[in-house]
Structure formats: C-alpha cells, structure tokens
Design a binder for this molecule. Structure first.
Ligand code: ADP
Length: 608
C-alpha cells in the first residue's frame, strides 16, 4: 500500500460512498445540494434568456407594459433563484462539516486504539497521516467533494441544455466550441499536472522551513540553541531553504503565466470563429436580433460548461483518491484481536504466569532478529529483573510480554495460553505499568492517577498518592488533587519534578491495581536518593503480584526473585544476584563497574 499504488475505489464508488454516509448521518447534505443545483441551473437559464426574451418582446412590437412585465418577471425570478441559492449555500456548511468531523473522529479513534505494532511501522503512520489529511479542513476531500459534486451536476445539466441549443443552429459551431474548450482544458490540465508532480518538492521545502521554525521556537531546545550558538546555524538553514523555495515559486508562477496566455488564445479563436459565423448568418437574414444575442451568449457559455465538467471531473478524481486512502485506512484489518478475541476477566487475587516460548522477533522492515529463540518462564507471583546493556533487547521483551508486539516466531503465553487469542484490550487490563516515556496528560492530578475524566474514586486516588509518597506535596498545592498539570495547556498548572512525576506514575499504576506489574527502567532521570526511595515503593507495590522489572542500576534488582541478563538477543545469564556475582560473567563485571561509579559518587557527596 506504499507509494503510488492504485486507489482501491474509483471516483464513482467514492461519490456513492459519501452520498450513502450523508444519507445515514446528515441527509440534509443531499436535499440542500439538490436545491443548490436547481437554483443555479435556474439562474443560468434566466441569465441566458433574459436579454433575448426582452429583445424579442421589443421586436414583436408588444406594448411597453408587456416589455416591462417581462422585465419584472425575469427580475423577480432571478431574485428568487439567487436568494434560494444564497440561503441554501449558507446552510449547506453545517451538515458537510458535521460529516467531515465524524469521519475525522473515526480516524482518530482508529489510530488511538490500533494495534501497538502498527505504531512502529512507518508505512502505517504515513497511511494514517494521509487519511487524516482528507478531513483536516473545509478544503479537504471529505468536505470539498460536496462542492465538486454540486458544481459538476450544475455544469452537466447546463451543458445538456446548451448542447440542444447550439446543435439547433449549426454543428460547425458546436465542433469549434468543443475543440476550443478541449484545448483550454488540456492547457489547464498540463499546468495542474506540473503542480501535482512538483507537489512533493513544494511540500519538502515547506516542511523543512516549518521544521526549522518549530525548532527555533521550541522551549525545550532553547537552552541548547543558546549554549551551542545554534541560532546562527538555524538562520543559515532557514535562508538557504527560503531561497530554494522562492526559486521554486518563481518557476511555478512562470508556468501559470504561460498557461493563462495560451488559454486566452484558445478563447479568442473560439469566439472569433463562432461570432463571425453568427454575424454572417444574421446579416444574411437567417437569424433575428434576439436569436443572435441568445446564440452569442450560448457560444461563450457552452465552452464554460465543457471545461467546467472536465475540470470538476479532475478535481473529483483527486478528491476521490484522498477519500479512497481514508476508506482503505478505516477498513485496514487489525493484526491484534480486539472485540473478536476471547474475553479475559481479571481474577482478583489470582497470580498469573507468563512465558516466552521459543520467541524470535524482528522489527518491521528490519532484516535481523532482535531476539532469537528466547525461552523465559515467569512463575505466578515471581518478581523478575531484566538487565543488560543498551540495545540488548530488554524493552523488546517487555513489549512482547505486555502484548504490544506479537513475536515473529514462537509464542507469548499467559497461564499457558497464547495471548493472541484474547481480546487484547482485556489483556492490557491485567497490566499496571510504569514506562520510560510517560504519558502525563493535560488534566488534573486526580484524572491522571485514575486515567479517566469520568469516574474518579477520590478516596482511592488519595490512598494511592499516599502509598506513592506524594500526598504531602499534592496536599500542599492550593487545589490539591484537582491541580492541573501541563503549563502548555493550563496557565495555572503545577510543574512536577522528575521524582514527583515518577511517584505520580507509581500512584497511577497502583490505582489500576493490575495483577501483573511492569516497570521499564522507570528511574532513569532520578538522583540516587529519590531513586532508592522509589525502589522501596516498588518493592511494596509488587508484593503478591507477578512483576517484571527492567533496571539499569543492578543494585536495585535485589528485591527481585530472579535476574536475567540479556545479551545479543538472548538470555545470557540467569539467577539471583548472589548466583550471578558468583558466576563471574557479564553481570558480575557490570556490577563491579557500577559499584565503583557509585562509590565515587557517594564519596563526592560526602566531600561536598
Ligand atoms: P534495550 O531496551 O535493551 O535498550 P531494545 O529492546 O530497546 O533494547 O532494542 C533492541 C534492539 O532493537 C536495538 O538494536 C534497537 O535498535 C532495535 N529497536 C528497538 N526499537 C526498534 C524499532 N521501533 N524499530 C527498529 N528497531 C528497533
């Protein structure tokens, strides 16, 4: 599905899809569109016939009153048609926006709940972004298609009427008009195709400029920008890309100018031939003055409808491609089972066992296995520590055990059953976790602990904050647990330190009370004292649960029953701390290096 593959649905299928969706959600989109089409066709016909009709009345030497009556009738009809069109166009917006937002919500929901493995796949992310693009504004396909379909219908109906009219004079005029219209369309299409081909180039310039702009304004980077003098570098980059972008825009404008000139020439040719012919047959007495005016208007109008139809078909085609991307994304099957999986109830007090059986894994688009034939059984209620150097595969093991990734070979088992058969959302309910990258959302402290905006058990929130050693700090804040977090969103938000955030995450994991606890190197950003306090909390928290703990500080793994050392995608050593030290392998070596470092750090502390 990558790159420029053919869309699964064509323009007709996508138009029907949108019409069906409108019918199901906001049928007024369709009734209003029909009203707009009818009023525009009426306006076009009135404008075409108004002058010839009045002229005919004068030619027929009717009374002045009859001519005035005709003028008044046309004026009244025009006012009515224009008012209807304006009123309907104004009211069309609501339904169209409503449907676009509904599709956008579906896309958003799909992305937020999709199988985690998809999020590691760049091609999937690209597909989701492309799909989102079609709903991002009024000009995007899922809303703009209504305008295209409406305008196209108006043009097709008007075209049919003009066709009958022109064919009644001379087929030659028809041929010249059609040819000139086709030439105008071809010129327009060439320029659009040029733009389309260079779309990526233009987007790349804009993307780079916006990236530099974002980096320059980013608060987190502000310190680095100042210390390392990155400001000049950013400015040079900005100017360099701005120059390239300016050159591109100049090239694009030149193309536009050329196309406009060619278009004017085609129009001149069409009008020249047609008008000459009309004048010729009028002077020969074969047309009355009113008929001349009517056909004169029809010639210029006809070209407008032909190019209009072709242009709008092209626009429809492009919008259809975007809608197809959106539909295809929404219809993409999930690699994990959700609602179609076996239900899994959390059994209070039950201790779960977890197992990796002959598990191999490689990341999407990677050729080499990160893990190869790993066997690991975690007994019910066991506390397992996973250690190893960066890049050894610890996080990958956690991702597999948590059900974020499915192994490319072998099985992950919960109490002896393959977790792939379960509803993955049920499986996640079993797990309380604290990860390296944490998700503190812009909301109140209580909402963050309970991970909900609705039902928050205030007493339990307090209890968990207390257990996590954070209640003193929170209660000292003027709004207590209702204090909001994230200064980017709320001006009055509190900012928590690294250690406090860690405790908040702990409180969140405690609140969830899943029977399997996963702690993924969660103290990376903490000082030694805070860290050791947190370890104590982990120790208390994991009592009675199956727990998996990734640590970079080997000394902290002592509360665990067993330690495994991961090396080169396999379990290289395994045992208790004492056993591994006695083994004298990689673990013992790592421990010795870390202890030395800690001793030095402690000595520096004492000196200070
Ligand atoms: P650890 O947690 O021990 O530091 P990881 O499990 O994160 O190690 O990574 C193991 C290997 O997998 C590393 O070589 C890393 O580069 C690779 N890796 C991790 N995440 C991805 C990913 N999303 N895509 C491709 N490779 C990855």
């Amino acid at each position: 599905m990558k790159g420029k593959t053919k869309p699964r649905y064509n323009a007709a299928q996508n138009s029907i899809y949108m019409i069906r969706r409108a019918w199901q959600t906001v049928p007024s989109i369709l009734t209003i569109a029909v009203g707009i089409i009818l009023s525009w066709v009426a306006i076009n016909l009135l404008e075409l016939f108004v002058v010839p009709a009045i002229l005919a009345a004068i030619e027929d030497a009717d009374s002045t009153a009859a001519v005035v009556r005709r003028i008044v009738a046309f004026t009244a009809a025009m006012i009515l048609a224009y008012s209807a069109q304006a009123y309907l166009s104004l009211n069309a917006l609501f339904g169209r926006v409503h449907l676009r937002i509904q599709i956008s919500t579906e896309l958003h929901h799909k992305f937020c709940t999709t199988s985690y493995s998809n999020l590691l796949d760049t091609a999937y992310i690209e597909r989701s972004e492309k799909a989102q693009k079609s709903t991002r504004g009024n000009q995007e396909a899922t809303e703009a298609i209504w305008k295209t379909l409406t305008v196209l219908s108006i043009h097709v109906i008007s075209f049919a009427i003009y066709l009958l009219l022109l064919a009644s004079i001379d087929p030659l005029i028809l041929v010249v008009t059609v040819l000139a219209a086709a030439a105008s369309y071809w010129i327009g299409r060439t320029i659009r195709q040029w733009r389309y081909r260079h779309r990526d180039e233009e987007a790349a310039y804009q993307h780079k400029l916006s990236y530099i702009n974002q980096r320059a304004r980013n608060r987190e980077l502000a310190k680095d920008v100042r210390i390392f003098g990155l400001g000049d570098w950013l400015r040079e980059l900005w100017e360099q890309y701005l120059t390239l972008y300016r050159d591109f825009c100049a090239k694009s404008e030149k193309m536009n100018l050329l196309a406009d000139a060619a278009d004017i020439f085609a129009t001149l040719l069409r009008n020249g031939v047609a008008y000459f012919y009309l004048i010729h047959i009028t002077t020969a007495g074969r047309l009355s003055a009113s008929e001349f005016v009517l056909y004169f208007a029809a010639v210029s109008g006809f070209g407008k409808w032909t190019t209009g139809i072709l242009n709008n078909l092209e626009i429809l085609n492009r919008q259809s491609m975007d809608i197809s991307v959106t539909r295809e994304y929404l219809e993409e099957p999930e690699p994990f089972r959700f609602e179609d999986g076996k239900r899994l109830e959390v059994q209070p007090g039950h201790r779960y066992s977890l197992e990796l059986r002959d598990v191999s894994f490689h990341y999407p688009n990677a050729s080499e296995d990160v893990l190869s034939h790993v066997n690991l059984k975690i007994q019910p209620g066991e506390k397992l520590a996973i250690v190893g150097l960066n890049g050894a595969g610890k996080t990958t093991i956690i991702r597999l055990l948590c059900g974020f990734l499915d192994p490319t070979g072998g099985q992950v088992l919960l109490d002896g059953e393959d977790i792939r058969q379960y509803n993955r959302r049920d499986y996640y309910r079993l797990i309380s976790a604290v990860f390296q990258q944490f998700s503190i959302l812009a909301g109140s402290i209580a909402e963050n602990v309970a991970q909900s905006m609705g039902e928050v058990d205030q007493q339990r929130v307090q209890q968990c904050l207390n257990q996590a050693g954070l209640s003193e700090k929170i209660n000292a804040l003027p709004k207590g647990v209702d204090t909001r977090l994230n200064r980017k969103v709320y001006e009055d938000a509190a900012e928590l330190s690294g250690g406090e955030t860690q405790r908040l995450l702990l409180a969140r994991a405690l609140y969830k009370a899943g029977p399997i606890i996963v702690l993924d190197e969660p103290t990376a950003a903490l000082d030694a004292i805070t860290e050791s306090n947190i370890y104590q909390k982990y120790h208390e928290m994991t009592a009675g649960c199956t727990a998996i703990y990734i640590s970079h500080r080997l000394a902290s793994t002592r509360f665990c029953d067993r330690i495994i050392l991961v090396e080169n995608g396999a379990i290289a050593e395994e045992g208790t701390h004492e056993e591994l030290i006695a083994l004298g392998g990689s673990y013992a070596h790592l421990f010795a290096v870390q202890s030395k470092y800690y001793r030095e750090e402690a000595a520096q502390h004492e000196e200070a």
